[in-house]
Design a protein around this ligand. Structure first.
Ligand SMILES: *[C@@H]1O[C@H](CO)[C@@H](O)[C@H](O)[C@H]1NC(C)=O
Ligand SMILES: *[C@@H]1O[C@H](CO)[C@@H](O)[C@H](O)[C@H]1NC(C)=O
Ligand SMILES: *[C@@H]1O[C@H](CO)[C@@H](O)[C@H](O)[C@H]1NC(C)=O
Ligand SMILES: *[C@@H]1O[C@H](CO)[C@@H](O)[C@H](O)[C@H]1NC(C)=O
Ligand SMILES: *[C@@H]1O[C@H](CO)[C@@H](O)[C@H](O)[C@H]1NC(C)=O
Length: 269
């Protein structure tokens, strides 16, 4: 028993002494299978799968009696979503939503072992970040300091209604700036200032702990979008290529946004 405890602590995370707990992250709409080590399970064991702090019954198993029952859980939220494997006794939740996030517990009535808990986190599918040229801010005024035609153009990368994400600007593979939000569902935007004639590749990446979405900045295209507003911006034939990253880390739509690098907590085991 001690041996098993040690093995679990290495593979997963032990939140409390003697409680087997494993973190699982899954994307909304996907399926997740909670696998168990069934070497300790006997044919005549009475086994339960439960959900949440209130331990709603999801499945009841007595193998030698041929009992393999699944239930719909609170508010019928598991209706048509549960699959029980009669061989391995693993439980699969299909087409998962945020309503199905929480603790899933396996209890074997005979064995005096503590139950095993799977802590399931469900992440929303990420939208594609939207890059727009901020035509309102006239950054061409910065040309006053250097020769006539130097100019910088401001881009804004934005996403709406997101939570548990980080939005970042990359120059090639280098991180330039980022902004993170945890619990709240809010809109995020992050500015980038680039000098025209800069030929580097820039991209805006939205990511959560399990996935990401990227939009590449097309300087040519976005330049044309604004060319009538700031003619000087696109007509410059500047030999010197310079990049200015705004010192501002970003503008959040809510004060609760957390302006930190790498703030997203990885909940993977
Ligand atoms: C998945 O669940 C969502 C929300 O409950 C539902 O609208 C959708 O039809 C389901 N998709 C499948 C393939 O069952
Ligand atoms: C991107 O933002 C612009 C300006 O707000 C909007 O017109 C456009 O529809 C957005 N595109 C996408 C794909 O969301
Ligand atoms: C963002 O969330 C608000 C409030 O929940 C909703 O009214 C709005 O339609 C959402 N916008 C998008 C683009 O999903
Ligand atoms: C985005 O996800 C892919 C795999 O899906 C990964 O290879 C890539 O490194 C990720 N990019 C970032 C910037 O996190
Ligand atoms: C950028 O936009 C221009 C103009 O719309 C287009 O011709 C070009 O193929 C685009 N480049 C990339 C890398 O998408």
């Amino acid at each position: 028993m001690m041996f098993h405890t040690l093995v679990f602590c290495c593979l997963c995370c032990c939140h409390l002494v003697g409680v087997f707990s494993e973190s699982v992250s899954v994307m909304e709409g996907d399926s997740v299978t909670l696998n168990i080590d069934d070497t300790q399970i006997r044919e005549d064991d009475f086994i339960l799968w439960t959900f949440g702090a209130k331990k709603y019954l999801l499945a009841e198993i007595i193998r030698d009696s041929g009992i393999f029952s699944t239930f719909n859980g609170p508010d019928e939220r598991f209706r048509d979503r549960l699959k029980l494997d009669k061989q391995t006794l693993s439980l699969t939740i299909t087409n998962i939503t945020t309503q199905h996030a929480g603790d899933y517990r396996l209890q074997i009535q005979r064995v005096k072992l503590p139950s095993k808990t799977f802590s399931v986190s469900v992440y929303a599918r990420l939208p594609v970040p939207n890059i727009t040229r901020d035509c309102s801010s006239s950054s061409s005024s910065s040309s006053s300091s250097s020769s006539s035609s130097s100019s910088y153009c401001l881009f804004v990368c934005s996403v709406v209604n997101v939570s548990h994400v980080t939005l970042s600007w990359y120059k090639g593979n280098s991180l330039l700036s980022s902004i993170s939000v945890s619990d709240l569902s809010i809109s995020l935007s992050l500015p980038l200032e680039v000098e025209y004639q800069d030929k580097n590749s820039y991209s805006c990446v939205l990511n959560n702990p399990i996935s990401n979405q990227t939009t590449h900045l097309n300087l040519t295209q976005l330049c044309h979008t604004c060319s009538e507003v700031h003619v000087s911006c696109c007509d410059t034939v500047e030999a010197v290529m310079r990049l200015v990253v705004t010192a501002l880390m970003g503008v959040a739509a809510a004060a609760a946004a957390v302006l930190l690098l790498n703030d997203v907590r990885s909940t993977r085991g």
